[in-house]
Design a protein around this ligand. Structure first.
Ligand SMILES: NC(=O)c1ccc[n+]([C@@H]2O[C@H](COP(=O)([O-])OP(=O)(O)OC[C@H]3O[C@@H](n4cnc5c(N)ncnc54)[C@H](O)[C@@H]3O)[C@@H](O)[C@H]2O)c1
Length: 249
């Protein structure tokens, strides 16, 4: 029920953070991977290989909408034309007061966090429809649900991811494609290093987490594996928090 051996997956933003933990976890689960990232670090990922399943690195900028189809096709080609799982993990955040936000930063955040997810999902769904099976996993956040502080564009984008996830599920669940989103809480990643480095904010966050610890990238990987496996074949259009209980408060 949880076996995904031999599946083919595309993971975006896999060069670091949550994406990298999923690259490791999915590789160990026997999945062949194409990993798309703007960072040169993506080329180091094959060093993680511990079995015969390949990790194919693809350097690409998902904010370059003239090239996004080409980037997707390169990933698909590496996977011999089959994609069973698409994980849209690449994301951007900028923390600053709303009145200081300039429109260019706003557009970059919305474009990567929502529009690139939409574009890649469309390309993947075409293949998945032919296969009558597929899993698409998007990345929301706890700020898809609660409002963020000093991250208005990010929060708006992550709210958008939830509605996009539901809308795509409404269209594609009939083809055996499950579209879901994960909502990580406060995770031990570089995305949160400034938050963790601020003693006042860190104390406020610590007090909000019922589990009494920040999440790890591996916490997220376990849920992504579930959402990629047959065990979740009747789960679609949902937002699954991985937040140590924060959204339950
Ligand atoms: N870390 C957290 O606490 C947290 C909490 C909630 C949601 N999330 C979401 O989870 C996802 C992963 O978060 P993370 O902490 O691993 O982030 P991260 O910043 O550590 O990694 C993001 C990755 O995306 C890549 N990337 C950035 N811009 C790109 C572009 N234009 N084209 C291609 N790749 C690009 C980066 O190079 C990086 O490898 C994101 O969508 C994030 O918003 C994270």
């Amino acid at each position: 029920m949880f076996d995904i051996t031999g599946k083919h997956a595309i993971i975006t933003g896999g060069a670091q953070g949550l994406g990298k933990a999923m690259v490791k976890g999915f590789h160990q689960a026997g999945v062949e991977l194409a990993v798309i990232d703007i960072s040169d670090e993506v080329f180091n990922l094959p060093e993680l290989e511990v079995n015969d399943c390949k990790i194919h690195p693809i350097k690409g900028d998902l904010l370059d909408f003239d090239s996004i189809e080409k980037i997707f096709n390169e990933a698909l080609e590496k996977l011999n034309g089959r994609v069973d799982i698409l994980i849209n993990s690449a994301g951007l955040i900028k923390r600053m007061p709303a009145k200081e936000f300039d429109i260019e930063v706003w557009n970059r955040i919305m474009s990567l966090n929502v529009l690139s997810v939409f574009e890649l999902s469309k390309h993947a769904a075409l293949k998945m429809k032919e296969q009558q099976a597929g899993k698409i996993i998007n990345f929301g956040s706890i700020v898809s649900v609660i409002g963020a502080y000093h991250s208005s564009a990010y929060s708006a984008s992550k709210g958008g991811v939830v509605q996009l996830t539901k809308s795509l599920s409404n269209e594609w669940a009939q083809y055996g494609i499950q579209v879901n989103a994960i909502a990580p809480g406060y995770m031990e990643t570089t995305m949160n290093s400034d938050l963790k480095g601020d003693p006042v904010r860190k104390k406020q966050v610590d007090e909000r987490i019922p589990a009494k610890r920040w999440g790890t990238p591996e916490d997220v990987c376990g849920v992504a594996l579930f959402l990629s496996s047959p065990a979740s074949d009747y789960v679609s259009g949902t937002l699954l928090p991985v937040d140590g209980g924060v959204l339950g408060r």
